[in-house]
Design a binder for this molecule. Sequence first.
Ligand code: GDP
Ligand code: IMO
Ligand code: MG
Length: 424
Amino acid sequence: MPVTLIIGAQWGDEGKGKIIDVLSKDSHYVIRFHGGNNAGHTVINQFGKFGLHLIPSGIFTKKATALITNGTVLDLEVLLEEIEQIEKAGIQVKNRLIISPRCHIIMPYHKLLDKLYEEAKGKGKTGTTGRGIGPVYADKVSYNGIRLYDLLNPRLFSQKLQTQLTVKNKIITALGEKALSQKEIEKQFAKFRQKLKPYVKEAYPLIQQALEKKQRILLEGAQGMFLDNDWGTYPFVTASTIVTGGANAGAGIAPRHIKNVVGVVKAYTTRVGSGPFPTELVDKIGEKLRSEGAEFGVTTGRARRCGWFDAQLIRFAAQINGFTDIAITKLDVLDTFEEIKVCIGYTLNGKPVSYVDGDVEFLTKIKPVYKTMKGWNTNTKGTKEYNKLPGNAKKYLQELKKLIGTKISYVSTGEKREDIIIVK
Ligand code: GDP
Ligand code: IMO
Ligand code: MG
């Protein structure tokens, strides 16, 4: 199966990094194709523990080449730090990481504008990661972006930066911040230019060649389906396209090549930042999920909001993305719960409704309908065979499969690479 696409099926942090690390062992290419360093993908393997923001989680597979393609936006400082960190762990990055010159660069004013927009929204803030993601994508689609192509051409870079600062500094100073200095930015980015040059190369021919040779490609989705700019809980979303189609635009791979679409789903639900969350638990159970699941953000360290599994959402995610497989993660986190609830649908004023029926105001008003299942009170951490799972855990998984309507092919039972059940 040449191309496999991994997509987060909730609000991010489903454990995509872990699943990609497992699946990448058979891959020739692992590709980050959207989002930026708002992502934080945890990988724990024999090389150590990593929270990757930009470098594809497949970098640890020796024979794999890691690609960052055009749909991704880059904070160059974060990228260089990450390269250094991985090399320190003994992993070769040079000649194994290729970055598309079409990638847009997160500039210092993008981060500042992100903060200023959040402040202006006050209580209604999105709760962004503060990494400049919204502003950089806004500049991309309004033809004001600066790409790696431009960085490599000092004259063009300087010109474009000047145009942007003419507008951006007016906004920045009007909102009480200090204007940014062109000279300082150019000085800083000259260093980035020199360090990054060896990695920048158009990845398209390589990908097409790989497709022709039927080599295996793994597409590493970031964020989660309900943060999708069109289909998520707008405006509490991120700026990029998370659904399957984003891979075509962001990596240059035609949809017909994508044979497997794996939806990564936590055995319960979490969300960071603001926005509706129908099954959220703001009680002791929610706290227990947070502490058992160590639910704190990899990128910002914020406590994640926690709640029960929402099958209404995942069924929708499976449909719109065409999931061929599901990977359930963090099953072990539920080991000590007496009862586990699953949201099987929503009602509004006593009538059944669904996710697509309304906007965020609607989603904050709807009431989840729960099915209660018995817990298993058994340690499942590190279980590697489906048959070794306790009966009630199997029942829980079977119920999820039925509600989602897609086969469960992987069950993750711990943080480490080897804590995985490949369901036959
Ligand atoms: P991603 O953004 O989707 O890659 O997910 P994150 O890395 O942000 O968050 C997932 C967290 O859950 C990380 O701390 C992982 O180490 C951890 N994790 C992943 N799979 C499992 C699992 O099956 N069990 C447990 N207990 N932790 C897991
Ligand atoms: P991974 O890849 C969880 C959320 C932010 C905020 C909203 C908009 O690790 O799953 P942004 O900074 O993108 O403008 O913020 O999106 N968000 C994520 N939440 N995991 C992520 O990535 C996220 N990337 C963005 O918390 O609510
Ligand atoms: Mg994450």
